[in-house]
Design a protein around this ligand. Sequence first.
Ligand code: PLP
Length: 389
Amino acid sequence: MLNEKVALHTAGPTPIPPQVAAAMITPMINHRSDTFSQIAKDVAQKLQQMLQTQEQVYVLASSGSSGWETAMVNFVPAGARILNIIIGDFGDRWAKANRELGFQVESLKYEVGTAARAEDIDTFLREQEGSIKAVCVQHNETSTAVFNPIREIAAVARKHNALILVDAVSSLGGLPFEMDAWGVDVVFTGSQKALMCPPGLMIIAANQRAWANAEQARTPKFYFDLSVYRRDFDKGQTPHTPAVTLYYALQAALTMLSQEGLKNTYERHHLMGEMCRAGIKASGLELFCQDEQFASDTLTAVKIPAGVDAAAFRKTALKTFGVVFAAGQGKAMKDTIFRIGHMGYMTPNDILLALATVENSLAYLGYPIEPGRATSAAQQVWLAYLKRQ
Ligand code: PLP
């Protein structure tokens, strides 16, 4: 068999469309040219649409993690007390980054598999009597496949005069996001997930409330100093050499997404999420997310059934059936869950393949499962969706 044909169902990088791959062989241009400025402006404008914001959107050559640092060093007073909302490994990592950067980190930690609750944050902030300057939260916690109610959390942060900074690395392009309407002060994402691009770009936007803090945000910075990106923005320029090839890719991907239309993009992701969850449950497996209303539409975390070796399962899925799933993240979850990515350049057909692979791999390993149940349940979800159209 053609064993190099592999379907990527990881949590990112995700598959990229041929149009995006083709865009990357566009010949190199002078990044100080009008041609580049036009691309940069077009990309920024399409990103504004995606984020539903009037604010400027900056694109930096760095990975998603740099969003944590960039948000903090530009908009939060140096050394301030801040709150990290933690519902999984990425929440932990952001809190760690904030401690390294010299902030006084408080945290609200939730059991993995659950989402944060705005009421708890409200109570916590009230008790702190205005001393918390920023609330840091993931929109989608990739390690657990659970998303947080950002609109509600943002409202609470604003009520207590704290900035709300949102990591939308594994949500933007897959889950609805409304920066201005929700009152989000800073949001950032990465190129390699629902935006259907290779890794390497971090995208960030901030509103006036965030910029008003810039003077007091004196944590040392150089490459991540957004004020210099802001200075060059109107010219369609970046202060440092931009990742021109990745700009070509991002422009091609955003063009495809804008042709699909935001509403349709989110509907497609929701359909894929519903299909995946229905399939997993129908096969007798268990979702990791404890409350399905917060189950992510960009990836699904599934409990490894008793008696199955997690590594052997993933190895079988890849070596025998040609599908890559993501392992659980961090020591605690490595052997207890696996994750099925379904964001970006994916369609409902990809979900059928992923579910068939889950069943095939478990059956192949001798686990008592009836192949066909998961795919059949997912097909029913798909057909019911089509009938409603
Ligand atoms: N935040 C979230 C929610 C993520 O899923 C990831 C990566 O998967 C990151 C941050 C870090 O991004 P990167 O690995 O691109 O640095």
